[in-house]
Design a protein around this ligand. Sequence first.
Ligand code: FAD
Ligand code: FES
Length: 270
Amino acid sequence: MLAGPSVRDVVVLDRTELAPGVVLLGFYAPELVAVTRPGQFVMAVPPGGERAATALAIYEAQGERASFLFFVCGARTRELAELRHGDKLSLTGPLGNGFTFAGARDVAIVAGGVGIASVLLPAQMLVEAGARVRLFYGARSVDFLVDRDRFATAGCELCCATNDGSLGHRGFITELLAAAEDKPDLILACGPSPMLRATAFVASELGVPAQLALEEAFACGVGGCWGCVVPLDRASPQAPKFPKPAGDDGFVYARVCKEGPVFWAHELRW
Ligand SMILES: Cc1cc2nc3c(=O)[nH]c(=O)nc-3n(C[C@H](O)[C@H](O)[C@H](O)COP(=O)(O)OP(=O)(O)OC[C@H]3O[C@@H](n4cnc5c(N)ncnc54)[C@H](O)[C@@H]3O)c2cc1C
Ligand code: FES
């Protein structure tokens, strides 16, 4: 039987800077690879061990190696970016619910900025299962549309957008999704909240179900503090059974770290 989430000490194997302040960090973690599902994350304790853990998606998971792809934006990611081959790192995970896509044949994956880190595993699994996968990838400029070749090599069709027009459509990636000629049968998305809300809107206009991986700020990351909640339809299978909802207004608060981070767009009450 496969083990569930647990605390693991892992050893860094490789480090690549894909763009200024964007780091790909590979580490030896065969047990994590064996139990990871696409869309799950870990809580990583920075090397000094003095700061709170930070949530990171599992980017690659193959054989004995897993990796993170992260943007250096604060103290914890700065510390993680200093790790080198042979350094040790403590992780709790894998955590949360991942994407579900069994049977999907034509999937649009929408990724904005660092959201790309959550979508490589589902893209690879979908292509392996014979699905058509279009990656709609948006960022502020071409420099931050990182690791595109990996998705192309995996068999994805790429549609890109940048805020400054340095590659692809100038504007929002959701505008390309809305204008796509062929309607997908499923949409998966990860990125900043405005992009996810726009994706949910486009999905509902197209009549296509969408799953969104939320990037809420986490404190504990393991369901203990209720600091990361979003309103969710009470009827959702992901709705927590407790605490009891206060009124009869049709929603409950769900923890992004525990019941999510992936939710059906039509079940979120944003
Ligand atoms: C489930 C999940 C998976 C994630 N996976 C990745 C990943 O694979 N790669 C990656 O680079 N980041 C990822 N993140 C975001 C990452 O956890 C945060 O950016 C984290 O706060 C960085 O810690 P820090 O101490 O370096 O920066 P902080 O000091 O915490 O933050 C620096 C700046 O980023 C902003 N910020 C913090 N958290 C978020 C957030 N969640 N969304 C948007 N802005 C935020 C802050 O407001 C601040 O301006 C993920 C978050 C979640 C919830
Ligand atoms: S971050 Fe503590 S419950 Fe989600």
